[in-house]
Write a new protein. Structure first.
Length: 491
């Protein structure tokens, strides 16, 4: 028993030598460190704000075709910067770090081994103490204290500010004009471009320049498009080139010029209509429907065309009154009524006809083709006209002249076979009598049927028919001549 205690005591003595290093390491695990840090605060002093003012012109409202007013706004754009001193606080921090390691665990384990007299705990504790030198565990405690302060100069940009500039005198220049105007309470000036549109060349834009009276270098220019400028020019006058004109009844059409007082950049238009005179319209003496005359932009004139009917009636000179109204992009001038005198040429013809035996005027319609082609009927009609002229009993209207007059009246000959239609054409042509009829074929017989119609009464004055047996050539060479003599009353 004594020997065992001595043995254990020896072990305890031997292992107790490890407690001293453990205690030393435990005490060395605590360390302290002092740091100084300067941090900003929210406290400032000596604040000063400086401003940088810029003058800005802008187009507040554009001029348009409906509104001639160009609005220009003058504003101040203000850039602000604030300068100040900020307080910085100097802090001193005491940092204490306690380093704990696995050697603490090892020391406790070894101590338990000494008490329990267990060699295994002592060995394990020794190993853990050695491992604790490699893997430390730690914690930190900090204590702060203000020890001083500093004031530093700083600055910052403030938000941009824009505000109107009322009561500022401005110099405005456009074209050949320059004047001064002061901005209103909202910093705005208005320029009426209609007052200066005529100063600009046709088709060119209008440039408006605005500057400060006190500093002409601060300026801006604004451009009004040419189409807007053209719309606000002083409108030209539109009228007839002359108040009256005259012409022979046989000259058609008659062109009456309408003119503008100046070149315009816009399309000008005006209504026209017949408002009086002694001539009868609707194709009787003339043909002119009411309409609207247009003068293209850049041009200065256009014409109203009247179709004159060259009839055979002795009526004396007649007049046609044409009036202008409802102008567009123009104003009416002084000559808004034009009088055209139609000089009658039928009196001389009537005298000549009477001296030659009172020869009647005659027009020949296209004969119908019944059983023959339209081309054959046309050839036969032309040859019949030649025979009628050769007889000398009628003043036959030349076919080309007849077609021209009817085309001017927009009258179609096609399908005109009735007596009523023949009378209507005769009235348009101004002749006394109309010759109408048809060529036909029945078996081997070629026939001619024709009639002379009085235009004034619509009655049939004379009829005749003629038949030719055999070939169609005999109708052309023999039959037409004989039929012409019969219808003219020559036996």
């Amino acid at each position: 028993m004594q020997r065992r205690w001595n043995r254990n005591w020896a072990v305890n003595i031997r292992h107790s030598q490890l407690a001293l290093p453990a205690l030393i390491l435990l005490l060395c695990g605590c360390a302290s460190m002092t740091t100084i840090k300067v941090e900003p605060s929210e406290e400032v002093r000596n604040s000063t704000i400086t401003e940088d003012v810029e003058t800005v012109f802008r187009e507040r409202q554009k001029a348009t075709t409906r509104n001639p007013n160009l609005e220009i706004a003058l504003t101040y754009r203000i850039a602000k910067e604030e300068s100040y001193q900020r307080r910085y606080i100097e802090n001193r921090a005491l940092k204490t770090e306690a380093r704990l390691g696995l050697w603490l665990l090892g020391a406790a384990t070894a101590g338990m081994g000494y008490i329990e007299i267990e060699q295994g705990y002592v060995v394990l504790g020794r190993d853990l103490m050695g491992l604790g030198l490699i893997v430390p565990l730690g914690g930190t405690a900090i204590a702060k204290k203000d020890v001083g302060e500093q004031w530093k100069d700083e600055s910052r940009a403030l938000p941009m500010e824009t505000r109107p500039a009322p009561g500022v005198p401005l110099r405005i220049a456009t074209g050949d004009s320059t004047w001064t105007k002061t901005t209103n309470s909202q910093g705005i000036i208005t320029v009426d471009i209609s007052k200066f549109a005529d100063e600009v060349a046709l088709g060119k834009p209008l440039r408006v320049t605005v500057s400060l009276v006190e500093d002409s270098k601060q300026k801006a220019s604004f451009v009004v498009p040419s189409d807007v400028v053209n719309y606000h020019r002083t409108p030209p006058e539109i009228q007839f080139a002359s108040p009256s004109s005259s012409g022979d009844e046989g000259v058609s059409p008659v062109s009456i010029p309408v003119v503008l007082s100046s070149v315009s950049g816009l399309i000008a238009a005006v209504d026209y209509s017949v408002t009086g005179g002694t001539s009868e319209g609707e194709g009787m003496d003339y043909f002119l429907k009411a309409g609207r005359l247009t003068i293209p932009a850049g041009d200065t004139s256009a014409t109203i065309d009247i179709l004159i009917t060259d009839d055979a009636a002795v009526e004396g000179d007649e007049s046609i009154l044409v009036s202008l109204s409802r102008p567009m992009n123009a104003t009416l001038g002084g000559n808004t009524i034009h009088t055209h005198i139609v000089i009658d040429n039928d009196e001389a013809l009537a005298i000549a006809a009477n001296s030659a035996g009172n020869i009647a005027t005659l027009a020949i319609l296209d004969f119908e083709g019944l059983g023959i082609s339209k081309q054959e009927a046309q050839v036969l009609t032309n040859r019949l006209g030649t025979h009628m002229v050769q007889l000398g009993r009628y003043q036959v209207i030349e076919r080309g002249q007849m077609q021209q007059v009817l085309a001017e009246q927009d009258f179609q000959l096609t399908g005109c076979t009735s007596d009523e239609c023949a009378v209507e054409i005769g009235q348009l042509l101004g002749v006394q009598q109309m010759l109408a009829g048809a060529f036909g074929k029945f078996g081997s017989i070629y026939t001619i049927d024709m009639r002379i119609i009085d235009v004034a009464t619509g009655s049939i004055l004379r009829t005749t028919s003629y038949d030719v047996h055999g070939e169609a050539e005999r109708l052309l060479t023999v039959g037409l001549a004989e039929a012409a003599r019969r219808i003219a009353g020559i036996d």
